[in-house]
Design a protein around this ligand. Structure first.
Ligand SMILES: C[S@@+](CC[C@H](N)C(=O)[O-])C[C@H]1O[C@@H](n2cnc3c(N)ncnc32)[C@H](O)[C@@H]1O
Length: 360
């Protein structure tokens, strides 16, 4: 899905890899990738790729770069590291070595060193070591891109925004029919769907991206990219998007989140039990939901009647609709009593889940 998003942005050499997709492009693409991508968590710009077996080798490798190309002693920096299956085992220590190598180089050259700001560094660095292959990158995103900024309140088990957008994109829906989520929780699927239908980039209301602290930040190019994105946002949804949930507080959160996402006037949310749920009038569309799936012992049994009722509602009230259920529990999914026409395996954090599709 991420590779497809990059293809739409006309990135070159798009290559899906382990836990990420690599691609090439210019600064305009880097800005657009951060602004437009719905399923990305961060966009990294690799500046050093080297094989290392000890922290000292890592330190030496980092010192081979001329850091004056990327920052001055007046800049703040932070290094985020993750290490897997390597002889260097401590990510914090590896991060410290990178920071020391950079600071020592500045001290040797000009007697001053950049300071560390872990909250909002002007230059954020990401170190990834896998099987002794280190990749050091400038983090062009800063705070994770899934944090869109519209969901300050966390309700029970909300979906990560990037995952929610990915689920919608995987259904193939782009706004041409109605979309409903009868178990909408904090409204994430409805909000992400609305942004897709409106062609509204997820990064449009974001305050800051990592690249804004870089020495080569091109403000006028960024302004041009952002203004063009703004101009291309549709004002109205072509078809209705409706969310409902049995919990009144969830509906209040959904409404609040939709307002924060700038689309409160376009979405409809209703407090309603799934069993009382009615589809909007008009041609069949897409129903998508993320029901509770009982992660704790004992919950599974209690949820059997809910899944059975869901199956009944889908079969009886949704003829012609494409129904998608995202769940982490195969036993409960079977209680729907319907045979999926397609299923896609995904992870919700660490939980293996499936997006099941039913053609009713
Ligand atoms: C896993 S949460 C959904 C989270 C949502 N996708 C989000 O991002 O916030 C499951 C939701 O199903 C709702 N739910 C459970 N039983 C229900 C029922 N019988 N009718 C309607 N909603 C129900 C819960 O209130 C909860 O908000």
């Amino acid at each position: 899905m991420l590779a497809a998003e990059l293809g739409e942005l006309h990135a070159s050499n798009v290559s899906p890899g382990r836990g990420g997709v690599s691609f090439q492009g210019d600064f305009s693409l880097l800005y657009r990738a951060n602004l437009y991508m719905r399923t990305a968590i961060r966009v990294l710009r690799p500046i050093l790729e080297v094989s290392v077996t000890t922290p000292e080798e890592l330190y030496d490798a980092v010192q081979t770069l001329d850091w004056a190309r990327f920052m001055t002693p007046e800049h703040t920096l932070a290094v985020d590291a993750n290490v897997r299956d390597s002889t260097i085992t401590h990510s914090k220590y590896a991060a410290l070595k990178v920071k020391d190598a950079i600071c020592d180089q500045f001290v040797a050259k000009c007697g001053k060193r950049p300071s560390v700001d872990v909250e909002e560094p002007m230059v954020g660095l990401n170190l990834h070591i896998y099987k002794n292959q280190a990749v050091l990158s400038l983090d062009s995103s800063g705070e994770s891109l899934h944090k869109r900024g519209y969901r300050p309140i966390l309700t029970k088990a909300p979906l990560n925004e990037a995952l929610a957008a990915g689920l919608i994109l995987l259904t193939g829906w782009r706004g041409e029919t109605a979309l409903v989520d009868p178990m909408c929780g904090s409204g994430t699927l409805c909000i992400e769907a609305a942004w897709i239908a409106l062609n509204r980039p997820p990064g449009l209301t974001r305050r800051r991206f990592g690249f804004m602290g870089w020495m080569d930040f091109d403000v006028s190019l960024w302004t041009q990219v952002r203004d063009q994105a703004r101009a291309e946002v549709r004002k109205k949804l072509p078809q209705p998007i409706v969310g409902s949930d049995e919990r009144r507080d969830a509906i209040a959160y959904s409404q609040q989140n939709a307002r924060a996402a700038g689309i409160g006037h376009l979405l409809r949310f209703e407090a309603k039990d799934l069993r009382a749920f009615r589809l909007p009038a008009g041609p069949p569309g897409v129903l998508i939901c993320n029901p509770p799936y009982g992660e704790r012992i004992g919950e599974e049994k209690d949820l059997v009647p809910l899944y059975r009722d869901m199956g009944k509602v889908f079969r009886e009230r949704c003829p012609g609709w494409r129904v998608f259920v995202f769940t982490g529990n195969a036993f409960l999914a079977r209680q729907l009593g319907m045979k999926p026409t397609n299923q896609i395996h995904l992870f919700n954090g660490r939980i293996p889940c499936r997006l099941l599709e039913f053609q009713v």
